[in-house]
Design a protein around this ligand. Sequence first.
Ligand SMILES: C[S@@+](CC[C@H](N)C(=O)[O-])C[C@H]1O[C@@H](n2cnc3c(N)ncnc32)[C@H](O)[C@@H]1O
Ligand SMILES: [Zn+2]
Length: 308
Amino acid sequence: MYDAPVDLALVAAAAPQAGLLKLPRARPMTMITKAVLDLMQCAACAHPELGIGTRREPELVCQGCGERYPFVDGIVDMVPRSAVHKYRYYRTDTLLNLIAPLYDLASPIVSLLIWKCPPLRYVDMAHRAVGRSIGGAYVECPIGTGLVLGHIRAEHVAGPLIGIDSSWKMLQKARKRFEALGMLDRVTLMRGDPEHLPIRSGAIRSLQSVNGLHTFHERKLVLKEFDRLMEPGGFISGSALIRGHGAVADMILNQYERYGVFPMLRSRAFILTELREMLAYPRLQHETYGAVLFFSTHKPDSTPQTPG
Ligand SMILES: C[S@@+](CC[C@H](N)C(=O)[O-])C[C@H]1O[C@@H](n2cnc3c(N)ncnc32)[C@H](O)[C@@H]1O
Ligand SMILES: [Zn+2]
């Protein structure tokens, strides 16, 4: 059983700011705009309507299967409870949760000294990706601590900015960052499984995945999911760590793999082949800085007609 459907338009209209639904909590104010709800679907059954639960704690409730998605510290948990037993990322999650407090400090240093990639490359890539979302919605998966998006004030784009990650600690840091930047009304943070993203098909204009692909077990499934989300003409960009581009980098990657973290790390050629296979878009652009591969591509405007 689940709560009766709530007319979100009515709830939003009744909210203090037009179109903005505020769910009160003791700690930070949780905000989810109607514009974001209109892009979302149930991560369990893909039903497009998510209502507001009527229990004391704020939550979204699928109007199809009844799955409940609670808000925790201002972040909506879009990993369905029915999927938890299948959730396979606990080793990676554990590591990322552990390093989250140090991530903002360590990641630019590690990028420069170990991966041999200038940290500003990520910021350049994010500027472009956010810019390409003009007139539509932007998704970053995984968002991590919001380190990259936090550098882009995104004042030039009006659309929703959605950050998805699996690590609570990373997401909590991201929430604090966007709160401090006064961007919580622009950025919606979700805990999610990249193989079952809670976003409707064809809803996203620009998607970015910074150093995420190498952390996903089923990379092909994730890429397929990214493709599903994209509008015709949409823009996908991202980066991934690759092997064979520096002895120190390879040594660290070997250690990750040895401990069951980031278990699908591969060469540049391997990842490019996978990207071409799963995102069968006409032009894939890529460049490599140290052990980091950057890629970008556009979904074709319309599916080519098969002759006959
Ligand atoms: C190396 S960090 C990159 C974070 C961010 N994109 C950045 O550049 O700062 C990898 C991120 O992937 C997330 N992650 C790892 N496995 C994941 C999974 N299965 N689903 C969602 N996020 C995942 C981690 O929590 C972490 O935040
Ligand atoms: Zn559902």
